[in-house]
Design a protein around this ligand. Structure first.
Ligand SMILES: Nc1ncnc2c1ncn2[C@@H]1O[C@H](COP(=O)(O)OP(=O)(O)OP(=O)(O)O)[C@@H](O)[C@H]1O
Length: 240
């Protein structure tokens, strides 16, 4: 069943088309890779899904309802963003970073309740990172940080996770653990949508790939089939 969809989306900046006629529908339990050359429009799609941008044409639909009329709180409880593992200078403990996911529920109240703490602990337990709870977030490795940011998204209560190049800066082992985790969550019915610059891994790991070329969908289908040598060559050859 479709949980999140784009219906004939068009988006321009300064009169320049960035996305044209982009349509797709994603169901629960799908793990979707969004691939394309630099500037193809991947991040723009993520930002539209999170309603950080508004489409010029078409609609983004969550459970069949347009995002346009949805409250910020409702949206945040359904769709969570996992940014690239960013560096922080403040000495937050991991538990506090995960509890920040509850801000969507507490409407930005600075008070984190016992319930919020319990949700944060549950999310860390779910991802088997409870042992990091009292560590400083700033002192974690890139892979550990990504795990914490995913826990924050789970603490938010969202079942749809939107990740921006989650493998960036991670070594091979950390990448593998991260993708295993994403696959595990998809197996539990979470919807995972991630941009990536690694077509070979996407072909092996994701259930589905959407290939974006110059703001249009070039291919959309089972990742292992869609990501052939030929399509990968076309996708990344800007002059072709
Ligand atoms: N704030 C902005 N103002 C003007 N143009 C922008 C802005 N953000 C993005 N763009 C343009 O929109 C197009 C799509 O950008 P987007 O970031 O979605 O691409 P991407 O596929 O995510 O690229 P990358 O792989 O480099 O992250 C690019 O041509 C980019 O220059």
């Amino acid at each position: 069943m479709t949980v999140l969809a784009m219906d004939r989306i068009g988006f321009s900046r300064d009169g320049r088309p960035i996305l044209q006629d982009v349509s797709f529908a994603v169901g629960a339990g799908e793990m979707v890779a969004l691939l394309g050359a630099n500037g193809a429009g991947k991040t723009t799609i993520l930002r539209l899904l999170l309603r950080l941008l508004h489409p010029g044409r078409g609609k983004v639909l969550l459970d069949g309802r347009s995002l346009a009329g949805m409250g910020r709180r409702e949206l945040a409880s359904r769709v969570a963003y996992v940014p690239q593992g960013h560096a922080v200078t403040f000495p937050y403990k991991v538990r506090d970073v995960v509890a920040l996911g509850r801000l969507a529920e507490t409407m930005f109240s600075p008070i984190v309740s016992a319930g919020d703490r319990a949700a944060a602990d549950a999310a860390m337990g779910h991802l088997a990172i409870g042992h990091l709870a009292d560590r400083s977030y700033a002192a974690l490795s890139g892979g550990e940080r990504q795990g914490v940011l995913i826990a924050r998204a789970l603490a938010q209560g969202a079942r749809i996770l939107v990740l921006d190049e989650p493998e960036t800066g991670l070594d091979y082992g950390q990448q593998r653990r991260l993708f295993d985790l994403m696959r595990h969550l998809a197996g539990e019915g979470y919807t995972v949508i991630a941009t990536t610059h690694d077509p070979l891994r996407a072909a092996r790991t994701f259930t589905r790939a959407i290939l974006l070329r110059r703001g249009r969908i070039m291919e959309d289908g089972p990742a292992g089939q869609v990501l052939s040598e030929q399509t990968i060559a076309t996708l990344y050859d800007a002059d072709a």
